[in-house]
Design a protein around this ligand. Structure first.
Ligand code: MRU
Length: 348
């Protein structure tokens, strides 16, 4: 049983000839599932964060590719290949920061090249299988990250996390939240402070929802309260996820993660990043080369369902930032905990 079965939700799965996702933009007010048969609808779901989180969009991208293969199944082989490549280029470009989407599409391209000689319907079956394999592997990796990370936590502790790196952001267990779930399962007494995570409130809407379902003590704070919290209450560590980790250990994650790491360093609180090994991108030497997605101004000016700033105001909305490696006390992966200085240039 994985934790999402235990909590009675599923982030993403394949059912017969369709992909199904939990509609995250509706959480926590409504728990709705979206059945997707058209890859363009999956692309849109990724773009508007109905499915989100680096590992989850990697899986969604592969399922989108499977849907494209189904749609183009009856085309002659040469046209099939052209249409599939167009679809894969589209999917890969939706969200540039998380390496997992590009990684999933690269895996898809290899399967495509290998299986095309067996016929178009074989490609559809192979891509469905690939999506399921990546999903299953992800849950296993997150379990292992959870075990390595939980060992770092004292038996009784208070921690801070940012954004949502839980079951909703992965195949169903979570990276940073996986550490907390495992610690809780081990009987550790853990209290999590969840940053609300402006502008789209993944912390307020999703992290609190997951932790409360798991029976973990959680307190919601606004992002700008974290430094004051560190100064006035005992915080043992910070744990966040990552969207891409460069070869030198610089880690991109949801905007606001960097400020949290700076505040943690100032207060001498260890700052950990939890991520599967597949989030390490040895081809990106440092954080300076990580592409940062920028989002629409309305997410900032109308994020609460009504306008909160004057019409016409200029807005800048980077969705991610990069935490420099020297601020990261450890990178928790399924293979163990890496310590600064990091060098992932030759990892396999
Ligand atoms: O824009 P989002 O909601 O997709 O951003 C998600 C994050 O930043 C997560 O922390 C990250 O993807 C790690 S998820 C295990």
């Amino acid at each position: 049983m994985n934790i999402s079965d235990k909590f009675n939700f599923r982030t993403i799965y394949w059912d017969d000839d369709k992909a199904v996702i939990i509609e995250q933009t509706k959480l926590p007010l409504a728990e709705e599932y979206l059945e997707i048969t058209d890859y363009r609808v999956m692309n849109d779901a990724i773009k508007r964060l109905a499915i989100r989180g680096a590992p989850a969009i990697g899986i969604a991208g592969i399922f989108a590719a499977a849907l494209a293969a189904k749609e183009y199944e009856s085309l002659p082989a040469d046209k099939f290949r052209i249409k599939m490549n167009e679809a894969l280029d589209n999917i890969a470009s939706i969200r540039p920061t998380a390496v997992n989407l590009a990684w999933g599409i690269e895996k898809t391209r290899s399967v495509l090249n290998e299986v095309i000689p067996k016929g178009n319907s074989a490609v559809f079956s192979a891509l469905k299988r690939l999506g399921q394999e990546v999903l299953d592997e992800d849950i296993a990796m997150c379990r292992s990250i959870g075990r390595h990370g939980a060992e770092l936590l004292p038996d009784e502790c208070s921690v801070i996390t940012h954004c949502n790196a839980g079951g909703l952001a992965t195949g169903g267990y979570g990276t940073a939240l996986g550490v907390f779930f495992t610690a809780h399962e081990m009987g550790k007494k853990i209290h999590v402070y969840a940053d609300e995570t402006r502008p789209l409130l993944q912390g307020a809407r999703l992290t609190t929802w997951e932790l409360m379902r798991a029976g973990i003590d959680v307190t919601l704070i606004c992002d700008n309260m974290a430094a004051h919290l560190m100064k006035t209450r005992k915080i043992d560590c910070c744990v966040t996820g990552a969207d891409r980790i460069a070869a030198n250990g610089d880690a991109a994650n949801k905007i606001g993660t960097y400020s949290l790491a700076v505040a943690a360093e100032h207060h001498d609180i260890p700052f950990y990043v939890a991520a599967p090994y597949s989030t390490l991108d040895k081809n990106t030497p440092s954080g300076d080369e990580i592409p940062i997605e920028e989002r629409e101004p309305e997410e900032v000016t109308e994020g609460f369902g009504r306008r909160t700033a004057p019409q016409g105001v200029r807005v800048w909305s980077p969705a991610f930032d990069v935490t420099p490696c020297r601020l990261i006390a450890g990178i928790i992966t399924e293979k163990g905990v890496f310590r600064y200085p990091y060098d992932f240039r030759n990892y396999t």
